[in-house]
Design a protein. Structure first.
Length: 751
């Protein structure tokens, strides 16, 4: 059964099953039909997110274990709520807390789990990049020894590490090390010596071979038991693009859970990219958040911001060139290991081709050029679900790119043919690995690099969006909304968005009021403290990012006493993710200091006296937030409310947007004036209306938006009439239903 609406909960950080049970009444009061839970499986000790799973066959005791989960499911059912689980088939933790991995370390190829993990055993021993220095250096210091562990038996002890030994601990240390199926290496060597496929560039996450029947069964036994027992009513598949053959995986999952259990995929669609023909209800909905921001963005305003940013900072206004440079950086550094593995697979694919005999450098340049050429996260060649016209466009885009940028292009063009129409087992292996890798390249280079470098209009620097595609006219928006699948999720905030929904709308307000941004920027640059920071090394591009972070997150000191520290933490992350003067792996504290010191001071000053221009942008952002809420709740798809977003949400990127919230406390907003109360009441009103008219809202009909000055009317067509949400400045939103048969208005009181 499709949900009426979902409420996404982030477990951990103090949010256990018992805590959720305590909050159920407040959550149910909103009008949602399903709780949508982050991963519940056993994860590494102290995990803050749960995606570093150590036991996919067990519910995490830190959350309350299986008993606690079943108790939550029963309590939720008693309030008419179902449960949707976020499952993680792509990877588990590359950690000694992972018992399957420990079994592989202990027994090598004889372990029943040796083929569960995506390990390249042909590359030699399994590399464990866990050492602070080389093993030889640690041995010279006397820090390496064979010991007996009470739980693990014979282990190699290196500082705090206790690695299970294959074949026991008898013999010299050299003899013990020589017979291991693994080798410990310095973590800095991971770029060219890892032998497992990892999640993006996170070496501590190892990918799984769920394309194998036994691995699928072991990875899904618990979650399928919970579906069969009626404790779980829906599934969200994390990072579907990392799987070897996503379509086949989803077909197997659908067959196992049956037609009545909704399944969604975390899939980022770029531009007009269609979702493959998979047996799912839809994506989790990033493309809808993109279109909501686009239809509210005047193209002329966004262009004015781009000119202001480029003139002020000296940065290039060419997004495509910035993305291309970022891809090359990521391929040379963060994903160098993945490039090497693809080079080896490419060499094998061409081994029997008498017309091609490329050397390693030609192969490397060809592979890198192909990865740079990808216009989307990944292709699905070799699967029946990929739309033929989109497949053709993708292939031609790749060919055009390598003809221009790879010299000579011959090898790259031949390898593109391998991807598009693989014939031999070696070509199929190359195709599959290429398709699994391209998504990581796009995510790391666009989301995690370019979106911190190319920031003239940060509202478009968002997961699922693109800074070179910022605006959408109202007719095109209506066409898109009419085409939304009834079961597709529609989101505006998640644990992964770069900013929460209300923070993003403040940034959309910048495109509507570019003159206010110009005033804010001019006045900010004139602050003496800024001049002092510039003398100490502050750059104008850093100041631009700081200005938008302050605008996004600002709230009064009595509401957010820790604003200064949150903004500082965000700016530090933004500077490192840009990978220009500092980086996540090799931070430069000296280069970061001027900007971070200024961030702390300005945050405190803004909470004392908010600049008038910022206040105007914040006021406009509040109106746009209510418009965005109406878009979501009147959609044909399933609205997803991220925890806490029934009230004001001004979080920045993770971990800021994963701070626990209190739904019980938020329910008091029902009786509060101002934006906070209006948003809460409108959320409840629209969700209750949605439940009442669910058949209409799932049926045909577009969503349209009409603007007159600073007033908006969101109008959703349905088979039985129109629903209007009228939003005016400083007034309670009005929800109207206009039945065609009666031609009269019925007002839903928002208070």
């Amino acid at each position: 059964m499709l949900p009426v609406a979902t409420y996404r909960l982030q477990l951990r950080n103090g949010v256990t099953f018992d805590r959720v049970i305590h909050d159920l009444d407040a959550i149910a009061r909103l009008g949602i039909s399903h709780l949508y839970l982050s991963p519940v499986f056993t994860a590494t000790t102290g995990s803050t997110h749960g995606y570093d799973v150590t036991r996919p066959d067990a519910v995490d005791p830190a959350l309350g274990g299986l008993e606690g989960f079943c108790r939550l499911a029963d309590e939720a059912r008693g309030r008419g709520l179902g449960l949707i689980l976020d499952i993680v088939p792509n990877h588990t933790a590359f950690s000694l807390e992972n018992p399957w991995l420990c079994d592989v370390l202990r027994y090598g190829a004889a372990s029943r789990y040796a083929r569960h993990f995506d390990i390249d055993w042909s590359a030699g021993r399994l590399a464990l990049p866990w050492l602070p220095r080389t093993l030889e250096a640690l041995r010279a210091e006397g820090a390496v020894s064979v010991q007996e562990d009470a739980q693990l038996g014979p282990v190699l002890a290196v500082a705090d590490l206790r690695v299970p030994l294959h074949g026991g601990g008898e013999g010299t240390l050299d003899a013990v090390l020589d017979r291991q199926p693994w080798q410990l290496i310095h973590w800095e060597a991971e770029s060219d010596r890892i032998t497992h496929r990892r999640f993006f560039n996170i070496t501590d996450l190892i990918c799984m071979r769920v394309d194998r029947d036994d691995v699928f069964d072991d990875m899904h036994r618990l979650v399928l038991d919970l579906v069969d027992s009626g404790h779980v009513q829906g599934l969200r598949v994390d990072h579907v693009d990392g799987l070897r053959v996503p379509g086949a995986y989803l077909a197997r999952l659908r067959k196992r859970v049956g037609p009545d259990v909704p399944v969604w995929v975390e899939k980022i669609l770029v531009g007009d990219e269609p979702l493959p023909d998979w047996p799912v209800e839809g994506t989790t909905g990033y493309e809808h958040a993109r279109s909501f921001a686009q239809v509210l963005t005047p193209e002329r305003g966004a262009q004015a911001l781009t000119k202001l940013w480029a003139d002020a900072t000296g940065c290039s206004p060419d997004y495509a060139a910035t993305l291309k440079a970022a891809k090359r950086d990521i391929l040379r550094h963060d994903l160098a290991a993945e490039v090497l593995r693809l080079v080896e697979a490419a060499s094998a694919a061409l081994a029997d081709d008498i017309h091609h005999d490329p050397g390693p450098e030609t192969l490397r340049q060809s592979v890198m050029g192909m990865l740079e050429s990808m216009p989307v996260y990944r292709s699905y060649f070799g699967e029946s679900g990929m739309a033929a016209d989109f497949a053709d466009r993708t292939a031609e885009t790749m060919r055009e790119f390598v003809r221009l940028h790879v010299r000579p292009p011959t090898t790259a063009l031949r390898l593109i043919d391998c991807v598009v129409q693989a014939q031999t087992p070696a070509e199929i292996a190359f195709r599959d690995l290429f398709q699994q890798t391209s998504g990581a390249v796009m995510a790391k280079s666009a989301e995690d690099t370019t979106f911190y470098r190319f920031v003239p209009y940060p509202a478009a620097c968002e997961v699922g969006a693109s800074p070179d595609d910022v605006s959408l006219n109202t007719d095109e928006f209506a066409r898109l909304t009419a085409g939304v699948a009834p079961g597709a999720m529609v989101l505006t905030s998640t644990h992964d968005t770069k900013r929460s929904e209300d923070a993003r709308m403040r940034l959309v307000a910048c495109a509507q009021l570019p003159d206010a941004v110009q005033v804010l920027w001019r006045d900010l640059c004139a602050v003496p403290r800024v001049t002092e920071a510039e003398r100490d090394g502050l750059r104008k591009d850093e100041l631009w990012v700081l200005m938008h972070a302050l605008l996004s997150a600002w709230q009064p000191a009595e509401d957010v006493p820790d604003l200064a520290e949150r903004v500082v933490a965000y700016l530090e992350k933004a500077m490192r993710e840009a990978k220009d003067i500092t980086s996540p792996s090799f931070p430069d504290a000296q280069a970061e200091t001027p900007a971070l010191a200024l961030a702390r001071d300005l945050a405190r000053e803004w909470q004392t006296t908010l600049p008038e221009a910022a206040a105007a942008l914040i006021d406009r952002g509040e109106v746009l937030s209510l418009v965005q809420l109406a878009f979501k709740c009147l959609s044909r798809g399933v609205p997803d409310i991220y925890r806490g977003c029934e009230g004001p949400s001004f979080w920045l990127t993770d971990p800021d947007n994963r701070i626990p919230v209190d739904p019980v406390q938020l329910s008091a907003l029902q009786h509060v004036d101002g934006f906070a109360g209006r948003k809460y009441r409108l959320t409840r009103c629209l969700l209750q209306l949605r439940e009442e008219r669910i058949a209409d809202l799932r049926g045909p009909g577009a969503t349209r938006v009409v603007q007159a000055n600073r007033c908006y009317s969101v109008r959703r067509e349905t088979a039985s009439g129109e629903i209007w949400v009228d939003i005016d400045v400083d007034q309670e939103p009005t929800v109207l239903v206009k039945p065609l048969a009666l031609q009269r208005l019925r007002t839903f009181a928002a208070r």
